[in-house]
Design a protein around this ligand. Structure first.
Ligand SMILES: Cc1ncc(COP(=O)(O)O)c(C=O)c1O
Length: 431
């Protein structure tokens, strides 16, 4: 590996860029199979499916095979799957849901739509996923559910989470939106908790453009999710027929997906093993190149777990470096070297309002003023939320850098990315 000398001027000072190769990244692209499937639907005039038949049934069968659950229910977004999961879990007024703060906001905001209160938990510094010890500390008599997020494809330590849930009679919801195809001790994510929720939006590993899928082994949880948002799948459907007496009207929310999105998702699901294999190989290679760079800490997979999905690759800057140089400055310097590096989006939610447990929606804003399901007086704990501190999350999130979940690049390009990090980290005095 080329090791830049101390004297090399950084690219931000007009020096040569460390990355000279084009990235060549082609994922995501629309597979030919998706075009064929969507054209076939168009030719047959199938532009909506209410009863879960056809391409929807085909996708759900394939997803059940991947995750190993009895049920899979496609929806029009990952957010819809999370709302359905919380509703199915009996999350309601006066109840609390334990959640990580370090996640996309849609893991949490549906809790509010059930008139319940999210209670924020800390993460593990090594894996960036929810810390079971903090979950155990925050269980109260109001807790109804735990939402764990397999962030950036790294798998949550599910055994202690399930033990806490068992002890207190809680439902565990796995938000596996970043982790399609990941496993914990040989078990697919989405099958370990009571419900799995997978976004299939945009750049997700199994993408339908805009779509989601929920998984469960429990017929009643499945029925409750169907009843919330799937007019037309009711009485005839699978499950325990919990709501047969109510007919197939459902509660009126419409969460079924567009069949074209499911055709695209099915075609992407077929490529998932290849995508995961490429990303795992590339992340391991990049981590190998980065491990000896001073001031850089890699985010390694948990032992006995297979990482999947990824969405983004993450690196930590050491505390001692972050105390002297901000990640903004490092990001600028490394990006100017030609590496596709950004600050981490969730550390400052989508580059706008800081960590979620500090966001106005959960702290200063009085949600009761919104009316509707937000009115329930039990659902508002605003002022006290201001005092929530999550030491690990707040530390780690000042020192995270992000790059793409590379699937389609060669090793020389990855080596050049590591060179960009090395060049900047060994020339900090130039910043
Ligand atoms: C962790 C996580 N949960 C939930 C969602 C929401 O999914 P969707 O955008 O499909 O509604 C996302 C989307 O990015 C996500 O990253």
């Amino acid at each position: 590996m080329a090791t830049p000398t101390q004297a090399t001027p950084l690219a931000i000072h007009g020096g040569p860029k460390a990355v000279t190769l084009p990235d060549g990244e082609r994922w995501p692209f629309v597979p030919e199979a998706a075009k064929k499937r969507i054209n076939a639907l168009l030719d047959a005039g199938i532009i909506t499916i209410a009863d879960g038949s056809g391409i929807v049934a085909e996708f759900e069968a394939a997803f059940k095979r991947l995750v190993g659950t009895k049920y899979a229910l496609t929806m029009n977004s990952g957010t819809a799957t999370l709302h359905s999961a919380y509703f199915a879990a009996g999350v309601g007024p006066g109840t609390e849901v334990l959640v990580p703060s370090y996640t996309w906001h849609a893991s949490i905001t549906p809790v509010l739509h059930c008139a319940a209160t999210p209670v924020f938990c800390d993460i593990e510094p090594d894996t960036l996923v929810i810390a079971p010890a903090d979950v155990a500390r925050k269980v109260s008599s109001r807790t109804r559910a735990i939402c764990v997020v397999h962030t950036w494809g790294n798998v949550v330590d599910m055994d202690p989470i399930m033990a806490i849930a068992k002890e207190h009679g809680l439902i565990v919801i796995e938000d596996a939106s970043h982790a399609h195809g990941a496993t914990y001790k040989g078990r697919p994510v989405g099958s370990i908790g009571h419900i799995g929720c997978f976004s299939m939006q945009g750049a997700k590993a199994v993408s339908g453009g805009e779509a989601g899928v929920a998984t469960t082994d429990d017929p009643e949880l499945f029925d409750r999710m169907v009843f919330l948002g799937h007019f037309g799948r009711g009485p005839k459907g699978e499950g325990n027929h919990t709501f047969d007496a109510l007919g197939d009207m459902s509660l009126g929310t419409k969460y079924r997906p567009h069949p074209f999105a499911i055709a695209l998702a099915l075609s992407n699901l077929e490529r998932l093993p290849e995508l995961n294999q490429r990303r795992t190989r590339n992340y391991a290679f990049l981590n190998d190149c980065m491990r000896d760079i001073p001031g850089i800490e890699t985010v390694e997979p948990r032992a006995n777990c297979v990482r999947g999905g990824y969405l983004e690759f993450k690196f930590k800057v050491s505390r001692s470096v972050a105390d002297c140089v901000s990640v903004d400055t490092l990001e600028r310097a490394i990006a100017t070297e030609g590496a596709p590096v950004t600050k981490d989006r969730y550390s400052n939610m989508n580059f706008t309002y800081g960590l979620l447990h500090k966001a106005p929606l959960f702290t200063t804003f009085d949600r009761r003023t919104l009316g509707g399901c937000f009115y329930d007086p039990h659902s508002y704990t605003g002022p006290s939320d201001k005092t929530v501190t999550l030491p690990v999350t707040e530390d780690v999130c000042t020192r995270l850098l992000s790059t793409l979940a590379f699937a389609d690049v060669d090793e020389e390009y990855l080596r050049q990315i590591a060179d960009a990090f090395r060049k900047v980290m060994t020339n900090l005095e130039q910043l």
